[in-house]
Design a protein around this ligand. Structure first.
Ligand code: FRU
Length: 478
């Protein structure tokens, strides 16, 4: 292996060179998971958007592919989705991949007409290698809405039609189609629901079977207005009948309470399995983060589940099960009582700034994980029993002068109501992903330590009992 690049994630996807933001067009086909992404191939900052492309069979070994979609006379290529057209409804061929995306026309934007975003489609008959833009683009012209973007399309079996979930400024608009080319407006949702601290973007509508009943979840990214500042993804639970989304709860719910999981959506063509990936960044500082040849990465891919707690539905996110094949325990301890700090660094040394940490603890008491490096930079991750919140504190975790709001402590409410809590922490050089209570409360934060994390301590007192502690190594895929 060559010299490790500073801050380069070793088991998360990041482009070899230049800028990435949102994951786009994720679709499963013939054993491969495709990931497209907002990409500026000419610079490490945001600019004219293309769809970059990468494929994987296991969400860890990623192969970067040639750029899939280039800007054309209609505009640059903003976010969107892709489907397998099993029944050839569009006439591009049986099992053609069809991408549905937003065109962003900078010329029209400069003319300030507000009509600069509209939807187009493209298809591929060779598993995503080459793409042809549809001659009839745009398939959904702009009706006079400034922010009119990020189509997520799914096949709605009950009504035998395609449903497009589109972000339309401060709400979501649903459209339907028989052929992916002609779209009819169905309804709007959201102007009176959810957070409105910023513009709504990158929605996704997915369903889960819960005890024989279908429950729908609408993911909506919002920027700014996240629970810890900047960009974040909220979600709504309810019902969808092919025409309208009807929420069943007004409780505020966030898919991830950290600052660095944005614009995520799920793979299509995966049956009942719902696999999610997000952009591990935040518009508040995305263009300034101190990485060199590239900017941006994805979160770990996550399996989404729906749990019922105190009569309400909550999404539970866990790292994809494919991860188990790569996680190797290096230290196990059945039980440990904390009355002061315990140093576990001996087991973290030599793991190259990557690890997985699992344990259960008692929520009537606090607990803190202290990750550190040789410069004494620290990332603190913990649970505060007084406020019943999980937190990640990156105030003194390394480089932070690139943006004034970066060096902060972030917190998240505990949703589970059991006394014991299980936590899983995944560290990959410059990111920490906390899956608490089997993924009911999730926090994803990036941070930029000058050198690799090699210290791990657990801090607690009052006979805090830690059970089933496991420290594991994770290989590098670079
Ligand atoms: C979300 C977003 C999308 C848009 C894309 C542009 O991060 O703003 O709404 O399509 O990024 O790159």
């Amino acid at each position: 292996a060559g010299q490790m690049e500073q801050h380069r994630p070793q088991f998360h996807f990041s482009p070899k060179n230049n800028w990435m933001n949102d994951p786009n067009g994720m679709v499963y086909l013939n054993g491969k998971y495709h990931l497209f992404y907002q990409h500026n191939p000419n610079s490490t900052v945001w600019g004219p958007m293309h769809w970059g492309h990468a494929t994987t069979r296991d969400f860890f070994n990623w192969e970067e592919q040639p750029i899939a979609l280039y800007p054309d006379s209609l505009g640059t290529i903003f976010s969107g989705s892709a489907v397998v057209d099993v029944n050839n409804t569009a006439g591009f061929g049986k099992n053609a991949l069809v991408a549905i995306f937003t065109y962003h026309n900078h010329k029209i934007e400069e003319a300030k007409t507000g009509l600069h975003q509209y939807q187009g489609i493209a298809y591929s008959n060779d598993e995503g290698k080459t793409w042809t833009k549809y001659k009839g683009n745009p398939v959904l012209p702009n009706p006079g809405i400034t922010d009119f973007r990020d189509p997520k399309v799914m096949w709605y079996e009950a009504g035998k039609k395609w449903i497009m979930t589109l972000a339309t400024k401060d709400r979501i608009t649903f459209y339907s189609s028989a052929n992916l080319k002609d779209w009819k407006r169905e309804s709007d949702f959201g102007d009176k629901f959810g957070g409105h601290g910023g513009v709504w973007e990158c929605p996704d509508l997915i369903s889960f079977d819960v005890k024989g009943k279908t429950v729908w979840v609408l993911l909506v990214s919002i920027n700014p207005g996240g629970p810890n500042g900047g960009s974040a993804t909220q979600y709504f639970t309810g019902d969808f009948d092919g025409n309208k989304f009807i929420p069943s709860s007004t409780v505020e719910k966030w898919l991830d309470y950290g600052t660095d999981n944005y614009a995520g959506i799920t793979w299509s063509n995966t049956g009942k399995r719902k696999i999610f990936i997000g952009w591990m960044n935040n518009w508040q500082y995305a263009n300034q983060v101190p990485t060199k040849n590239w900017r941006g990465a994805t979160t770990i891919a996550r399996d989404l589940h729906l749990d019922q707690i105190a009569g309400d539905f909550y999404v539970r996110s866990v790292p994809v099960k494919e991860m188990n094949a790569y996680v190797k325990p290096v230290y196990k301890k059945k039980s440990l009582t904390l009355n002061k700090e315990i140093d576990l660094s001996a087991y973290a040394k030599g793991l190259d700034g990557k690890l997985k940490l699992d344990f259960t603890f008692n929520t009537t008491k606090s607990i803190e994980i202290v990750l550190s490096n040789k410069e004494g930079q620290k990332l603190l991750i913990g649970y505060d029993n007084k406020t019943k919140t999980y937190y990640i504190d990156r105030t003194h975790s390394g480089a932070s002068d690139f943006e004034k709001g970066f060096a902060k402590k972030h917190s998240a409410p505990r949703i589970a109501n059991t006394t014991n809590a299980k936590v899983s922490l995944i560290l990959d050089v410059a990111s920490a992903e906390l899956f608490a209570d089997n993924g009911l409360t999730v926090m994803t934060d990036v941070f930029f330590p000058e050198s690799l994390i090699n210290g791990v301590k657990l801090s607690g007192n009052g006979n805090q009992v830690i059970n089933n502690l496991i420290i594991s190594s994770i290989p590098s895929f670079k």
